[in-house]
Design a protein around this ligand. Structure first.
Ligand code: CU
Length: 505
């Protein structure tokens, strides 16, 4: 086998050598020099039409696609500072455009003009100070102007919000801004808004897990109202600061229509500040004026392209195989629409963390929950006081509980009794009867005793907190006054209750 392969190689080598000889001989016959000359002339002549077609196509394609290009036609910047970027971009384009045309024309024209000819010899310049100075100085001067202009725009874009400015959720006042956060990961953006307090809570990467995607520290109460929307909604005309981070690799937070773009670096938060100037709705109306956007959207043929247009957030860093899917919609809306949208958002903590094992406040009542419950209690009391029939003036405690089988108040739930203490202090003529009830499980007599002891316990709590004993009565009713079916667990739960009846207003 091997000798056969070697023989094949030798044979191929012989054939190559023979072909070479044949073409050498035929060239000699035709006159090699003449053939080369002809080929040279042909190529040189083609340089000129190529140059013309090339430059015409360049101009034509730029003209043809102009309304799809950022900074032109309908795609004007939708942010306050975007104009500065666009004009910088145009200055650069004009300067480099002039250089581009000049060099292309010279390149192809020279290739034609100085084509190889019999007896033509090149001129060799070993060194020329004047030339060196010219082609160093001109680009240096031009670059200086571009860089200085660029720095100017850059400083404007990266200028942070003023120190005395405050972050809020709405930025309705003077010197206020909205701070939101974008965290890049493979492969999506996780967005976070600060909630009613206007402040984003602290994070710690060690706390990241399946239910805590951003590593929010739940002991920081700023985190409790933060919410995680799936789209960016922003009111038009408000200053926005975006805090940008990454969880795994480099990403890039890019809002092309607002001319802002910033790397998202793991471990190093970055930011930018911008102010949207056009609502999505108005921007769409602008697109409508252009024929390019008056064709059906391929993804939704019922609608025109301008109707389905949306601003978007993209990742501008090639961060991995799913990079393309890092898109989020950005909607710029009026203040009223923004307000409406805010109303539909709910805190991540209360939706996914509250009372799970992740919750450091599990089993505890948070201050603002107490506040809310206090308001609800007062409302309930007002309604009951308005009842014409004194028999209906009964208020049930929703949160007061006792240890199982005992009359000891659960300390965490006595805050509800404090609402009653306040109410009694506000209404010095009000007298009440505290009543304990049980369900029908167990012995009726011991139920009676237990309910009596519990009512007494509440009575004691109230007197200990400064309510005069002459205004209070306590009674245990055991299982004698059920309000629901004792045959079901839910019913029994309702029957085990502590309430108070208003005797005099
Ligand atoms: Cu990315």
């Amino acid at each position: 086998m091997i000798p056969f392969i070697i023989a094949c190689f030798i044979l191929i080598a012989v054939i190559v050598v023979q072909i070479g000889r044949v073409s050498e001989l035929s060239a000699k016959i035709r006159g090699e020099k003449e053939a080369e000359q002809k080929a040279n002339e042909g190529t040189a002549r083609l340089m000129v039409p190529f140059l013309v077609v090339f430059l015409v196509l360049c101009c034509y394609s730029a003209y043809y696609y102009k309304n799809w290009m950022l900074g032109f036609g309908p795609l004007q910047s939708a942010s306050e500072h975007g104009g500065a970027i666009d004009s910088l971009f145009w200055t650069t384009t004009v300067i480099t455009g002039i250089v581009f045309f000049a060099t292309q024309i010279l390149l192809f024209w020279f290739a034609y003009k100085y084509q190889q000819k019999e007896g033509r010899v090149g001129e060799f310049i070993s060194h020329d100070n004047k030339l060196e100075v010219i082609w160093t100085a001109i680009p240096a001067v031009v670059m200086t102007f571009l860089v200085v202009g660029g720095l100017d725009a850059w400083n404007m874009i990266t200028a942070d919000v003023p120190l005395e400015a405050t972050s809020t959720l709405r930025a309705t006042g003077e010197n206020e801004f909205i701070e939101i956060e974008g965290t890049g990961y493979q492969f999506a953006w996780h967005l976070r808004y600060p909630g009613e307090d206007g402040r984003l809570g602290t994070k710690n990467y060690r706390k990241i897990n399946g239910v805590n995607p951003l590593g929010q520290d739940w002991t920081d109460e700023k985190n409790l109202d933060d919410f995680h929307p799936s789209e960016i909604y922003l009111p038009v005309g408000k200053q926005v600061r975006v805090r940008i981070t990454a969880r795994d690799v480099l990403h890039n937070f890019y809002l092309p229509h607002f001319r802002v773009k910033m790397d998202a670096v793991p471990g190093l938060p970055t930011y930018f500040v911008f102010t949207p100037t056009t609502t999505t709705e108005d921007f769409r109306k602008g697109l409508k004026e252009y024929p390019e956007y008056n064709v059906p959207d391929p993804e939704d043929p019922e609608k025109m392209l301008w109707e389905t247009f949306d601003f978007e957030l993209a990742c501008a860093e090639l961060c991995g195989s799913g990079h393309y899917s890092m898109r989020r919609l950005v909607r710029i809306v009026t203040e009223r629409e923004y307000e409406e949208w805010l109303g539909n958002q709910s805190s991540y903590y209360f939706g996914s963390i509250r009372d799970t094992d992740e919750d450091p406040f599990k089993g505890m009542v948070l201050d603002f929950e107490k506040k809310e419950r206090g308001i609800a209690f007062r409302d309930k009391l007002e309604t009951v006081l308005a009842q014409p029939d004194s028999l209906e003036r009964i208020v049930r405690f929703d949160y007061v509980t006792f240890a199982t089988g005992s009359a000891n108040l659960t300390q965490e739930t006595t805050y509800e009794l404090d609402f009653l203490v306040d109410a009694l202090k506000k209404r010095p003529n009000m007298t009440i009867e505290v009543a304990g009830h049980t369900d029908a499980t167990g012995n009726a007599d011991s139920n009676m005793t237990l309910s009596d002891a519990r009512a007494r316990q509440v009575y004691n709590y109230l007197t200990n907190n400064g309510v005069g004993a002459e205004r209070l009565q306590a009674a245990g009713y055991g299982q004698t006054k059920p309000v629901a079916d004792n045959g079901t667990e839910d019913g029994r739960k309702e029957n085990r209750r502590t309430e108070f009846k208003i005797l005099t207003k």
